[in-house]
Design a protein around this ligand. Structure first.
Ligand code: AP5
Length: 211
């Protein structure tokens, strides 16, 4: 099963992708995590993405479609994938559809996590993430350790106030149209009220998926 997760920055896509991956037994593919790993490794793709990411802008569609092509044709996604933030423009949604059709697959479900702006800003401005496994935390200071892998918790550069404002604006301008694009393709968009405790949001998502 291929599931696309949509929603503004801070809506909890990464948090819920981990939960759904464990529950459904299919891997989470987060383009943000792939790009940050590429940056840490100093690859051409990572270096190309850095300036866009630091400002909170989207990296070019060609870079994302290259990542999706690699991932969706890899044995890792044979049983499916939970695509976390991997589709943020209409050309990306179109490109993903074409590449999946070529390998006899399709997007099966689209989930939209809905949270209002005040809560998003609160979440992002207090978030730390593990430098190693990328797990996000609330209310944990930078420099403390990750519960999962022992890695160091850090603040993301794009969680500075100016970058947060830009990311929300970019979401409205470039990513929100993807919702209507899927609806126009007769693909149901399952909207989840994600302003609730994490486990409650997971339960809502699982119910919406019919699992
Ligand atoms: P990415 O890393 O994907 O960032 P994002 O979309 O801005 O999403 P976030 O990770 O900030 O939020 P999230 O919704 O995953 O929430 P989280 O679970 O962490 O992308 C970074 C950058 O990479 C982009 O800006 C862009 O430059 C580039 N990029 C990536 N993909 C791209 C693409 N397809 N096209 C172009 N460019 C791309 O939760 C947030 C916080 O809230 C955490 O602290 C968490 O603990 C907490 N939290 C989660 N759920 C709850 C809850 N229910 N209640 C209270 N707190 C909660």
């Amino acid at each position: 099963m291929i599931i696309v997760l949509l929603g503004p920055p801070g809506a909890g896509k990464g948090t819920q992708a981990d939960k759904l991956a464990a529950r459904l037994g299919i891997p989470k593919i987060a383009t943000g995590d792939v790009l940050r790993a590429a940056l840490r490794e100093g690859t051409k793709r990572g270096l190309e993405a850095k300036a866009y990411m630091d400002r909170g802008d989207l990296v070019p569609d060609s870079v994302i479609l290259g990542i999706l092509q690699d991932v969706m044709t890899s044995p890792v996604t044979k049983k499916g994938a939970i695509l976390d933030g991997a589709v943020r423009t209409v050309p990306q949604a179109e490109g993903l559809g074409v590449m999946l059709a070529e390998i006899g697959k399709k997007v099966d479900k689209v989930l939209l996590f809905d949270v209002d702006d005040d809560e998003l800003v609160k979440r992002l401005s207090t978030r730390t993430v593990c430098e190693g496994c990328q797990t996000p935390y609330m209310g944990r200071d930078p420099g403390t350790s990750c519960e999962k892998c022992g890695g160091k918790l850090v603040r993301r550069k794009d969680d500075e106030p100016e970058a947060i404002r830009n990311r929300l604006e970019v979401y409205r301008r470039q990513t929100a149209p993807v919702i209507d694009w899927y609806r126009d393709q007769n693909q149901k968009v399952l909207k989840i009220d994600a302003d609730a405790p994490v486990d409650e949001v997971t339960a809502r998502a699982v119910k919406a998926l019919g699992k």
